[in-house]
Design a protein. Structure first.
Lengths: 621, 230
């Protein structure tokens, strides 16, 4: 029997002890004496969130297929256990072996959203690993960051030994081999990092130097060591059907956010929405073979016993063999009472037909993401969805028995006017009007239209990376404009409007586009007690403001300033294939309200074709 | 066909609550490909009911659930298939057909439960248990306050202790269990320690088995009400 790191007394007084005991179905046990590399894979949030993340399941499976590697999992202890561990000086441990993280060779942290940055420091702190990479000694694990936020790693540069830029399936083996070789030869930590910097896709922040101009913008960003390349190229897996994918994902004992089999059908998106980072960094769009997906769907359901399967992609409707796959799944699953969940589907006759087969029409709601209220604004953001698409889709759905619609919008988009804001309410009302066109006896009571808006945050590697953001007060006043507009609508009693927190937006903006200097504020915020910032009940804006003030970080410099064409961005050294020139051209087209066709309609020469694969070569073979 | 499954819960599984054990078995049934029956309706769920929830922190050798099958499967094959997909610390002991009538099916029949109580630190059976337990049990009545969700009730626990025996490896208790009379072993041990004026101890509770009332008197293990499917 495994000995648990926490004693019974602790486990019985904290919430959900199952978060910390490991031993789940399909979790992997190995003999630590018989492996060369021990890798702790971390999602810096609570277990139920971390266990729902597909990327970790993929890498966990990939590493554990390697005979010389044992990959284990670690998540952020919830605040109740966090306090106990600090009080009793219990070091953070991995779930499988229950051994301290400090004993591992690597601590890999996936960085999925900015609001988890203080949790990264919590994980390091509880593990007994110095927070600053510069303070780490030979006996510390190598701390690696990856995931979407690694596309601007600079605010976290001080805390990581290295970042892996791109898709994990690509060069981890190479990195581990360099590590083993270095260890065998008695090389130091520093020697390993210098060698790692020579692997494509690996960024070692300590080997670079940044200088700043008087106005605070970057003057130069360059390697300070001959081992480090000037540009770090993101890693992609071009053949997604031949690469590793988990057949036996870990099945948690407790209910987690994503309690189902997740089948990633493709990576990337052909659409080119100008606010969307995923749509740029995952280019080129690559599909998985439909036969592979069928096989994995069957095996994963058999091996987990999950009662639901969900397709995952940025835009499922764009998957070319969707109909074949969905028909197969409906046939396979209906015999076994397994539910199918199909997110990110465009609402049309096909998807409505499928949805009526797989879900209860009366209970479910339809989701549209117009992102902006007016057609003018939608052209600016290059969101191809028109008012007609929405009203036709909603109309068909209403005729089919649905009566709940969710609409997602963004506020604070570049060039936004008061009219654009009010048009959010107008569009929601039009959807309701469409519902009440159905004769009373044929419709299902009142309709419920819920519109939600988040505040737009310009992200690195998007055409909007030059855009400015606004102050907390300005965001709130924009939401108020929309709120008032809703109150003036004919069907206001069928409409509901919610908006996202403005304070979180401001903070996320700084962390998303910040440079190395922002790291000091993150560290200070953590010291002031900030943790689990992604959880509304824990987020304390006041402490963050205090941290920025104390470290001399000016929020307005990062958020309320449109960047000039020539400005060097902190993330410019990363090569994602898509060029800065293309992004700039898209920014300029946005300012003119010009729409750019999607990758299947016409190639716009974004630069991702350098990989000679995926959608870039479709129909050209 | 109705089937009763007996299983054990040890080690780390003591930290998994009752509802999560149910979810665990729902997934295990699918992994083992057991032909379990579902309810009808728009969101069908497995026909599965558990006896007497076991609190978090307790271990057990005698947990039960009843399920319904759509087609017969032999006991040996089902036990093997289920154990093949179990995680550490949870094992299926038996898989037996029970009669469809209400008297032996359904979990309302639970009448008693056996427990073994041990101290976590020091000897499994502390000295004062040996010295004072007979006197404690020999009192005319022992009234304790029992907290329910709504109110606090006075309860005489002595009639609910069917057997108590000090053994080498711990204190054996046969207690009233089920929907009519029910008492948890920790309530008894708290009352005993209070009465003996001994500080509350760190105790471990292990459930040994669950029983239904035998119409001929005494108790019958829930497992004994079923028969192996060949």
């Amino acid at each position: 029997m495994r000995k648990l790191a926490l004693n019974d007394e602790i486990l019985l007084k904290i919430e959900k002890p199952a978060r910390y005991i490991g031993g789940e179905v399909n979790s992997v046990m190995k003999d630590k004496e018989k492996v060369d590399v021990r890798f702790a894979m971390c999602f810096p949030d609570v277990y139920e969130i971390g266990m729902s993340h597909l990327g970790i399941q993929i890498l966990y499976d990939m590493f554990n297929r390697m005979e010389d590697v044992w990959c284990e999992r670690v998540y952020s202890p919830w605040t109740d256990l966090d306090a106990v561990m600090r009080e009793e000086k219990i070091p953070l441990f991995a779930l499988e072996s229950q051994d301290p993280i400090k004993d591992f060779d690597f601590l890999g942290i996936t960085i999925q959203y900015e609001m988890c940055y203080t949790n990264i420091l919590q994980v390091l702190d509880l593990s007994g690993i110095p927070l600053l990479a510069a303070d780490r000694t030979e006996d510390c694990p190598v701390v690696i960051g990856g995931g979407p936020c690694a596309y601007n790693p600079e605010p976290l540069a001080d805390f990581f030994d290295l970042f892996y830029i791109g898709e994990g399936e690509a060069v981890y083996r190479e990195l581990l081999d360099v590590y083993k070789e270095n260890k065998k030869n008695g090389g130091t930590r520093k020697e390993f990092l210098r060698k790692a910097a020579g692997i494509e896709g690996i960024y070692v922040p300590s080997l670079y130097e940044v200088t700043y101009k008087e106005d605070g913008t970057i003057a130069s960003f360059a390697p300070a060591d001959p081992c480090a390349p000037a540009r770090v190229r993101k890693q992609v897996v071009m053949d997604l059907s031949e690469t590793t994918y988990p057949e036996k994902p870990v099945v948690p004992f407790i209910k987690v956010t994503q309690d189902r089999v997740v089948l990633e059908i493709q990576r990337g998106c052909i659409r080119g929405c100008r606010f969307c980072q995923a749509g740029m960094i995952y280019r080129p769009t690559r599909e998985r073979d439909v036969e592979m997906l069928k096989t994995y769907a069957r095996r994963m359901l058999e091996n987990t016993g999950h009662e639901e399967i969900s397709l995952s992609s940025l835009s499922s409707s764009d998957y070319s063999r969707l109909e074949e796959l969905v028909t197969y799944l409906i046939d396979e699953c209906s015999r076994k009472e397994i539910n199918i969940s199909l997110p990110s589907l465009r609402i049309d006759a096909f998807s409505l037909d499928v949805m009526s087969k797989v879900q209860d029409v009366k209970k479910s709601s339809l989701t549209f993401a117009p992102e902006a209220g007016s057609q003018r604004m939608r052209n600016v953001i290059n969101k191809g969805l028109t008012e007609e698409d929405i009203l036709t889709g909603a109309g068909e759905a209403f005729e089919g028995g649905w009566n709940k619609v969710k609409l997602y919008f963004m506020l604070g988009l570049p060039t936004e006017t008061e009219e654009d804001m009010r048009d959010i309410a107008v569009l929601a009302d039009k959807v309701a009007r469409r519902y009440y066109e159905i004769p009373k006896e044929k419709r299902n009571g009142k309709c419920q239209i819920t519109a939600s808006s988040s505040f737009f945050i310009p992200k690195p590697f998007t055409p909007f990376q030059w855009a400015r953001m606004y102050s907390n007060e300005e965001y709130i006043s924009r939401a108020a404009v929309v709120k008032h507009a809703f109150q003036e609508q004919l069907n206001r009693k069928s409409l509901k409007y919610n908006w996202h927190d403005a304070e979180v937006t401001v903070l996320e903006g700084v962390l998303a586009r910040g440079d190395r200097r922002v790291g000091a504020a993150i560290l200070e915020a953590y010291r002031l007690g900030c943790l689990y910032d992604a959880w509304t009940e824990n987020f304390t804006y006041g402490k963050w403001l205090q941290a920025f003030e104390k470290t001399g970080i000016d929020l307005a410099f990062y958020n309320e300033r449109e960047r000039g064409e020539e400005e060097i961005f902190p993330w410019d050294f990363i090569d994602i294939g898509v060029t800065k020139a293309f992004l700039r051209k898209e920014w300029e087209r946005a300012m003119k309200g010009e729409v750019t066709p999607n990758c299947r309609q016409q190639c716009s020469g974004c630069g991702a074709a350098v990989w000679r694969g995926g959608v870039c070569v479709e129909g050209k073979n | 066909m109705k089937v009763r499954i007996k299983f054990t819960k040890h080690g780390i599984l003591r930290f998994i609550g009752h509802l999560d054990v149910m979810r665990y078995f729902q997934k295990a049934m699918r992994r083992a490909d057991i032909p379990i029956a579902f309810t009808g309706g728009y969101s069908p769920h497995m026909i599965m009911s558990f006896a007497q929830p076991l609190g978090i922190g307790l271990t057990s050798d005698g947990e039960y659930m009843d399920i319904e099958l759509t087609e017969p499967v032999s006991s040996a094959a089902a036990v093997a298939a289920l154990n093949k997909v179990m995680t550490e610390d949870i094992r299926v002991v038996s898989f037996r057909q029970i009669s469809g009538d209400k008297k032996s099916s359904g979990m309302t029949i639970v009448a008693a439960a056996d427990y073994l109580v041990t101290a976590k630190e020091g000897p499994a059976v502390p000295d004062f248990w040996r010295e004072k337990l007979p006197e404690f049990l020999g009192q005319p009545s022992v009234t304790v306050e029992k907290k329910t969700k709504k109110s606090v009730k006075e309860l005489d626990i002595l009639p609910l202790i069917y057997e108590a025996e000090l053994r080498e490896d711990g204190l054996f208790l046969k207690l009233a269990a089920g929907s009519a009379d029910n008492v948890k072993p920790d309530l008894i041990m708290e009352a005993f320690c209070d009465w003996a004026k001994e500080p509350g101890q760190n105790l471990h509770y292990h459930r040994l088995d669950l029983y239904a009332a035998d119409p001929d008197g005494g108790f019958l293990s829930l497992e004994a009400l079923g028969s192996d499917i060949l």
